[in-house]
Every structure is written in C-alpha cells, then in structure tokens.
Design a protein around this ligand. Structure first.
Ligand code: B12
Length: 210
C-alpha cells in the first residue's frame, strides 16, 4: 500500500514533520476530513509496524500522542453547525476496548451532520447500550471496536440488545481498524463503516435524509 507523505510521516513517528504537513494542508484549504483520512492511514502503518514487531507499545503510545496533536487543529473544520436534527445515535467503544480516537471523530462528524449523539465513552458494558436505548430511543447504535479480541464483546452487546427486545428498533453501525464486512456478519450488526464519513452516509440513508 502506498502512503501519502503525511501518512508516511506519522507512520515514521516524525512528529514535527507531521504537524507541519497538517498545518500546510489546512493553510491550502484542504478539507479537514481528507487530512484526517491521511492521518488514519498513518495510524494503520503504525499498527502494521506494531504487529510485525518493528514497533513496541511505547511507539504505539507516541503515535497516539502525535495523532492527538495533529488532529486537534482539524476539529474546527470537522464541526459545522447543523440546522436540523434528523435522529439520534447511541455511540460507544465496546467492552474491554479503550481506543477512543475513532469514536470521538464519529461523534464530531455525526453531530455536524444533524445527528444527535449520546456518547457512552469507552469500555462500555453491554447493559449500558440497552439502558441508553431505553432512555434516548435512538434510531441508530454505533459501536467502535479496535481489538479482534473484543469482537466477542461486540457480539455479546448486540445479543444483549436483542434479548432486551430492542434489536428491531435500532440499526447498528460498527467500525474500527480491524472491523470489516465479515465482522459485521459475525457479530450480527447491520452496517460496517470504514470511516466516520461512511457512517454519516449510512446514518442518513437509514434516517431517510438525502
Ligand atoms: C493509537 C492506538 C492505540 C492507543 C489508543 C489511544 C486512544 N486514546 O484511542 C493505545 C496506545 C492506548 C493503544 C492500546 C492498545 N492497542 Co492499539 N492501536 C492504536 C492504533 C495504532 C491506531 C488506532 C487509531 O486511533 N486510529 C485512528 C482512528 C481515527 O481510526 P479508527 O479508530 O480506525 O476510526 C476511524 C474508522 O475506523 C471509523 N470508525 C471507528 N469506529 C467507528 C464506529 C462507528 C459506529 C463508525 C460509523 C465508524 C467508526 O471512523 C474513524 C474515523 O474515520 C491501532 C492500529 C490501527 N490500524 O487501527 C492499534 C491497534 C488497534 N491496537 C492494538 C493493540 C494490540 C493494542 C493493545 C492490546 C496493546 C497492548 N499490548 O497493550 C492495547 C489495548 C488497550 C485496550 N484494552 O483497548 C492492535 C489490535 C490488534 C487486533 N487485531 O486486535 C492494533 C490494530 C495494532 C496492530 N496492528 O497490532 N492502542
């Protein structure tokens, strides 16, 4: 896979270069979402290097730190003031998983597109999804999951929603690094979304918004 210079700089843990490239792109008027996609690709590269043993946990933590700094100036660009509220999304990172960058971006981008977000945070117990559905009556539930070891938890969370008799009332969207279509089928979700933006497209389709 070929990486853009920005993705490569983040993948190589070149903090200064990453921050300068983001600044330049913003100054040139590149959309925040496309800059974010490059940063997401950079984190994929970090993940690959971690998996292959080239990077250790300290590098993973450093990459997270660079990502946080690099994505901070994008927040303004990601936020638009939505005029209307089309529906509600209950969102959380599943039990046993504490990754939250992706989830937070989903929350920002969904809110900017007129979807009210109830953010349950990370390491969300299955029953908390159920309680939030009962309380907020959302049309959509979003689950973020970055660990294959937590797929089982995601499946269990969806089964818990089903056992509570609430499954037919919500569309369940899932996403996160190692998640794909096969995961969606395995855990019994309705939609797999590769990016937050894809999530918005799916959410609007479910809500009947053009
Ligand atoms: C940064 C990072 C960390 C940081 C997290 C910081 C934080 N606050 O989130 C730290 C260092 C804490 C960390 C810890 C660990 N990590 Co980690 N981490 C990563 C890394 C490098 C990047 C993740 C990230 O932030 N990406 C950037 C964001 C923007 O992308 P994203 O999350 O994918 O989200 C986007 C889309 O996927 C989508 N999306 C995401 N969720 C959802 C949900 C919905 C509803 C929708 C619509 C869309 C959507 O929208 C987002 C924006 O477009 C990944 C590698 C990777 N390829 O993902 C490994 C990775 C996820 N980690 C991994 C591992 C193993 C761990 C640890 C177990 C390491 C350890 N030995 O302790 C721990 C686990 C802790 C735990 N219990 O959760 C592995 C998981 C392997 C596997 N197959 O399960 C990975 C894949 C690295 C690898 N290749 O080996 N990690």
């Amino acid at each position: 896979m070929a990486f853009t210079p920005l993705a490569q700089a983040l993948g190589d843990l070149e903090e200064d270069k990453t921050l300068v490239l983001v600044k330049d792109k913003l100054a040139k008027g590149e959309p925040a979402l496309s800059i974010l996609e490059e940063l997401q690709a950079g984190m994929t590269l970090v993940g690959q290097r971690f998996e292959s043993g080239e990077y250790f946990l300290s590098e993973l933590i450093y990459a997270a730190d660079i990502f946080k700094k690099a994505s901070a100036p994008l927040q303004e660009g990601l936020k638009q003031v939505a005029q209307t509220t089309y529906g509600t999304l209950v969102l959380g990172t599943v039990k046993n998983d504490i990754h939250d960058f992706g989830k937070d971006i989903v929350a920002t981008v969904m809110s900017s597109n007129g979807i009210r977000v109830i953010d349950l945070g990370v390491n969300v117990e299955h029953e908390r999804f159920v309680a939030a559905i009962k309380e907020h009556q959302p049309e959509l539930v979003g689950m973020s999951c970055l660990l294959t070891t937590a797929f089982e938890d995601m499946k269990e969370a969806i089964q818990t929603i089903a056992r509570a008799g609430l499954r037919d009332q919500v569309s369940i969207l899932i996403g996160g690094g190692p998640v794909d279509e096969a995961t969606k089928d395995y855990v019994g979700a309705d939609y797999y979304c590769r990016t937050a933006q894809e999530g918005v497209i799916v959410a609007k389709r479910v809500l009947g918004v053009d």
